[in-house]
Design a protein around this ligand. Structure first.
Ligand code: SF4
Length: 320
């Protein structure tokens, strides 16, 4: 083993040792760097990890993901200490809708039902009626009485998709988007599919990165033709169980590490190498170690906000 590999190994062992001493559980989002995924107790999407957090008996949760995810874990587990290894790990999509902006929007549509994507701050969730993921957004909007106007944000592409599928005319969209999603265009999808014609095409509906492709898929009616809109867990299940050996993957490239680990010997092609979330990649092994060692950085949601935000989150979990 070379020196770099040995020191990586030592650091991973130290992290595991510290986690045991502190009775901490390490949760890593699918988009984290490979080393962080490898040292974590659980790897998954934001909703799945929050559910893990809620079930865990650990005293401390170290959330290797972005800030809104740690907030959601803190809301669901108020008695636990929730840590994020880097406080700057934010989310460009979440930042496009602030609580004051949502308040002003609601004032313009006082009768509207507010549905926000899970990629939002706790303060925005507290002003929402429902939170949703990409996979249950359609079901949630369909469950709202047809005469009720709906305010949907912050991802305009997911909103456009929901609007197409439901045919709802009184759905008002917030014009937000994620910087990772902006990096992938329908032409990239077309090129990747042409380059690997025998591959299954997997598109992730959870993170807001690929929602324009969802609209594109619907336009092109590619669903069912080796194209699958599915969660990251669904993607992982797909590559492990499919007889196919090649997959074009349209989501943040971090997921490829997990796929290669769980279904080795197959080929994975990102739809675009640019689909990398700089916020997710802020969490390093050194920061994770420091977080455990020093108990930093604690993410706590003020009780009055947490109380209001819990209901829309629980509604989201119930429809998942
Ligand atoms: S990939 Fe986009 S939506 Fe997901 S955490 Fe990063 S910035 Fe936010």
């Amino acid at each position: 083993m070379d020196t770099v590999a040995t020191s990586k190994h030592i650091l991973a062992d130290r992290i595991r040792q510290l986690a045991r001493e502190k009775n901490a559980v390490i949760l890593a989002h699918n988009y984290q760097i490979g080393d962080v995924q490898d040292v974590a107790d659980f790897v998954g999407d934001s909703l799945g990890l929050s559910q893990q957090a809620a079930k865990s008996e650990a005293d401390v949760i170290v959330f290797c993901g972005v800030h809104f995810m740690a907030e959601t874990a803190s809301i669901l587990c108020p008695a636990k200490k929730v840590l994020i290894p880097d406080l700057d790990a934010g989310c460009s999509l979440s930042d496009t809708l602030k609580a004051e902006q949502l308040k002003a929007w609601k004032d313009r549509y006082p009768d509207a039902v507010v549905v926000t994507y899970v990629n939002t701050s706790a303060a925005v969730k507290a002003l929402s009626d429902y939170c949703c993921t990409s996979s249950n957004a359609v079901r949630i909007v369909e469950s709202i009485p047809a005469h009720k106007p709906v305010l949907f944000g912050p991802d305009m592409f997911l909103g456009a998709y929901v609007s197409r599928v439901t045919g709802r005319k009184n759905l008002h969209l917030w014009a937000g988007e994620c910087h990772v999603h902006a990096a992938v265009r329908p032409e990239d999808v077309e090129k990747a599919r042409e380059a690997h014609p025998g591959a299954d095409f997997l598109i992730h509906p959870e993170c807001g990165c690929v929602t324009s492709c969802m609209v594109y898929l619907q336009d092109k009616d590619l669903k069912g033709k080796d194209a699958y809109i599915t969660s990251t867990e669904g993607m992982v299940r797909h590559v492990t169980s499919s007889p196919k050996n090649q997959f074009v993957v349209a989501t943040e490239t971090g997921i490829l590490h997990r796929m290669r680990k769980l279904a080795p010997g197959k080929e994975y092609f990102p739809v675009s190498d640019e689909m990398e979330c700089k916020y997710m990649k802020m969490i390093t092994m050194e920061k994770l170690w420091r977080s455990l060692e020093q108990g930093i950085f604690e993410v706590k949601v003020p009780p009055e906000i947490a109380e209001k935000a819990r209901l829309p989150i629980e509604r989201m979990v119930a429809v998942s």
